[in-house]
Design a protein around this ligand. Structure first.
Ligand SMILES: [Zn+2]
Length: 367
């Protein structure tokens, strides 16, 4: 295990890289509220956006945005994966409590502060219905530096109301994409792998994304979550492994989702919480489709390095999974990976591609 704070020299390097290359850093994977069900968004304390936040911050409760959390100290490595899996299994109440604590103090102000300290220019906020409501995300995180994705609860939404809803979110919150979480939302990515009702809704969601130039962002990999969801959530069905990469396509990387005429991002390099990586399939997916990308949220520098070597930096975008994780570490891990990757690409080019260029030039279709 290592333990360090981000060094000044790294921030100086980053600052210079940004300036000389006109680079805007975008963190494409941030959760405004808790996705795991421990903390309910109704408990969001509006006062944290203002006075109370400032007051508590002054009372030496200041968050150190450059200090790693436990999983970052372990660099999301195998130990961390095993640890967090076991934490959910053996200390579920502690995990629950930590998440509640974390999400009782999130706010627009906190987000902006962390972005500033981490040299992040824009952040994309991801709701996951019913765990995080799109409306609340748009309402409480409305700063101009934030982009928003929309989300649909495929178990409850009326198929005929999806388009209306998409139009409403675009008009009111200028959503730029749709976030889908097969594990927490309890469905399989491919419509045909679901009961008919769910399949039909998914088809409409995918079609609407295409029609309105919205990109799709899927969770990729396994999921851990609390078994003590807040009582305000009733029994929502969740799964652990619906979002495995193998469930998105056939063994050649072909899929009706990837055939859509819009960018599709698979989060966590497609392998959240997994130690066994399907490099073969990831490569096939990139080779056989030109609109697929992977984000770096919550994965180790080593996996990022392997993916840079496997598919190149043009197919990878920055994600932090904040506020569970810290933004600056997500950036630092890309840097570590870029330095170690055996590739013809230069470190600075890799950084520029992953931290901003790919997202703005290839994924973002509207704003
Ligand atoms: Zn996430």
């Amino acid at each position: 295990m290592f333990n360090f704070n981000i060094k000044k020299e790294f921030l100086v390097y980053l600052q210079k890289l940004k300036k000389e290359n006109d680079l805007k850093i975008v963190d494409t994977h941030v959760h405004p509220f808790d996705v795991m069900g421990a903390a309910h968004y109704y408990d969001y304390r509006e006062e944290y956006s203002g006075e109370l936040y400032l007051k508590e911050n002054l009372e030496n409760k200041k968050i150190d945005y450059r200090k790693p959390g436990l999983s970052e100290m372990l660099k999301f490595n195998k130990t961390a994966t095993i640890l967090s899996k076991n934490a959910f299994k053996f200390f579920p109440k502690t995990v629950n409590h930590e998440i509640k604590k974390l999400y009782s103090k999130t706010s627009e102000k906190r987000a902006l502060e962390e972005m500033e300290k981490s040299l992040v220019d824009e952040a994309v906020f991801l709701p996951v219905e019913p765990w995080i409501n799109t409306e609340w995300s748009g309402k409480y995180y409305s700063n101009k530096k934030f982009l928003l994705l929309g989300s649909f609860d495929v178990h409850r939404i009326d198929k005929n109301k999806i388009e209306e809803r998409v139009k409403y979110y675009i008009e009111k919150y200028k959503i730029v994409g749709i976030k889908l979480h097969p594990n927490l939302q309890g469905f399989k990515p491919l419509p045909k792998d679901n009961p008919q009702e769910i399949a039909e809704r998914l088809k409409v969601i995918y079609k609407m994304a295409e029609k309105y130039s919205l990109y799709l962002l899927f969770h990729g990999g396994t999921s851990f979550y609390t078994n003590f969801p807040d009582k305000k959530y009733q029994n929502f069905k969740r799964a652990n492994n619906n979002a495995l990469l193998e469930n998105f396509c056939d063994e050649n990387g072909k899929s009706e989702i990837f055939d859509l005429n819009i960018p599709v991002v698979i989060a966590h390099l497609g392998h959240f919480g997994l130690n066994k990586i399907n490099y073969k399939l990831a490569k096939k997916i990139i080779e056989n489709n030109n609109n697929i990308y992977f984000d770096t949220a919550g994965v180790s520098p080593k996996l990022i390095k392997n993916f840079i070597e496997l598919i190149g930096s043009k197919k990878i975008i920055l994600g932090s999974d904040a506020f569970y994780n810290k933004m600056i570490f997500a950036i630092y891990f890309v840097f570590e990976a870029a330095k170690k990757a055996k590739t013809n690409e230069k470190v600075n080019d890799i950084m520029i591609n992953i931290l901003g260029r790919n997202y703005y030039s290839r994924i973002l279709r509207r704003r």
